[in-house]
Design a protein around this ligand. Structure first.
Ligand code: EPZ
Length: 423
């Protein structure tokens, strides 16, 4: 298990390149089950989660490899075992989104219920509601979801995917992929509008699907009889981009963020500007700069286009140093506050009040040994460590490797002092 040793405070300067989006690439890897041929993602990021998802596809018979140009290549022609085993799916929550494609292509699937994780239990009831609406018979058996399509295959339907927290990103993905090969037309009401869902829809259309309303909460999917293999580039990772923008802000620096999907980050840019951070669009992405102050700001996480829950922890680390009090409310994953106690160990003044955290700004953070918990909380600890006085050690760095490609190499190249130590 690796740990990070992070010296602070540091000043950053230079350019950071954002990788392809993890949360686009994962469902698009699942979609590559559908055509039963050789597909490619030229800019799939090098992440533990991508590796794990590749192993899941291989466990079902697909062939997954990087070609000489580093493109991720998936051949689902040999895929013949529509089973998502527990010991693989438990490592990769997004594994749930093989359910729809397996049902659509093979008419049956047996996929392990995903386990819980540090940000809360991860129910899939809305996924199952949507797939049942397409005619699937689904029951739970020894921790597995066992699904069977009707004899003639899935049938298009009008489906509402709303839930207590708005809607579901991977649930929309699952139903959209299943509906792409269903007989007839499917209308998904209250579909997730995240850019990564739109990216999947565009990839499916490139395969020959007929999906309209992309980016809106109402998707109209006209089922087709087959889909063709594609080579598809995913969008830039807006969460990695927001994390690096926060790195510039918290270290009172300026950075050029290349391949930053700034047009899909308006809620995030709005909060940075509220805090007093300069954000300007530039040729390949954006330029972010500290402008002499960190003002407090209130944040409530919401489904897209609202403020993304995946940047809540990183902004909490930043606002811990603001000149005043901020309130951060988590509306998507109410338990997503594992980073609060760890940041308080670094002399932040954070107080949990139900679904919110009151952030009382302090002058400085003090380095301390801290523990990573979930992917984004871990990134928040790295940000805090770069601003804190002294040497911060972050345990369980594997959480970070799940969603950030060589984060310490990218940050050290612009002035951070992060050492990865194998222990
Ligand atoms: C996706 O998870 C992302 N993961 C998450 O990013 C992200 O935080 C989340 O969307 C919200 O934007 C990937 O894309 C791989 P949801 P997903 O279904 O689809 C509840 C990261 O850090 N819900 O939109 O699993 C659920 O409990 C990860 O990259 C149900 O109640 O999230 C949550 O409260 C973390 N029933 C809310 O909806 C369901 O059937 C939103 O969850 C499904 C979800």
């Amino acid at each position: 298990m690796d740990i990070f040793e992070i010296e602070g405070p540091v000043q950053l300067a230079g350019t950071i390149e954002v990788a392809g989006s993890k949360n686009s690439a994962l469902p698009i890897m699942a979609a590559m089950i559908l055509p039963g041929g050789v597909c490619k993602i030229p800019n799939a990021p090098y992440l533990a989660d991508i590796q794990s998802f590749g192993m899941l596809l291989e466990s079902m018979g697909a062939r997954v490899a990087r070609d000489p140009d580093a493109a991720l290549q998936i051949d689902s022609g040999p895929l013949n075992n529509p089973v998502g085993e527990y010991d693989i799916v438990r490592k990769i929550r997004a594994g749930i989104c093989i359910l729809g494609p397996l049902l659509a292509r093979f008419g049956k699937a047996r996929v392990s219920m995903p386990g819980g994780c540090a940000i809360g239990d991860r129910p899939v009831d809305i996924h199952l509601r949507g797939l049942r609406a397409l005619g699937a018979q689904i029951h739970l058996e020894e921790g597995y979801i066992v699904a069977q399509a009707p004899p003639g295959g899935l049938v298009g339907a009008q489906i509402f995917l709303g839930g207590p927290f708005g809607t579901t990103v991977l649930g929309t993905d699952n139903v959209m992929m299943a509906a792409a090969l269903a007989r007839g037309t499917t209308i998904i009401e209250s579909a997730a509008c995240e850019p990564e869902v739109a990216d999947l829809a565009n990839c499916l259309n490139a395969m020959g699907a007929k999906i309209r309303g992309i980016g809106s909460p109402r998707l109209v999917i006209e089922g087709v009889s087959r889909l063709n293999p594609v080579c598809y580039r995913v969008i830039g990772d807006r969460i990695e981009a927001g994390t690096f923008m926060a790195a510039a802000a918290i270290t009172k620096s300026s950075l050029e963020i290349r391949n930053c999907p700034i047009n899909e980050m308006l809620a995030v840019v709005d909060r940075f500007r509220q805090i007093g951070i300069r954000v300007e669009e530039s040729a390949g992405g954006c330029r972010v700069g500290y402008a002499g102050t960190l003002k407090p700001a209130d944040i409530t996480t919401q489904p897209y286009p609202g403020f993304p829950t995946d940047l809540q922890a990183q902004f909490m680390a930043l606002l811990a140093l603001a000149e005043g009090n901020s309130v951060i409310t988590e509306k998507i994953f109410p338990d997503r506050f594992m980073h609060v106690a760890e940041l308080n160990r670094m002399a932040a003044h954070l107080r949990k009040e139900g679904p919110s955290v009151i952030v009382e700004g302090v002058d400085r953070l003090i380095a301390a040994p801290v523990m990573a918990s979930d992917l984004r909380a871990s990134a928040a600890l790295v940000l805090a460590g770069m601003a804190a006085h002294g040497t911060t050690t972050v345990q369980r760095v594997y959480h970070i490797d799940r969603g950030y490609e060589k984060i310490e190499e990218k940050l050290n190249a612009v002035g951070a002092r992060i050492r990865r130590i194998a222990v």
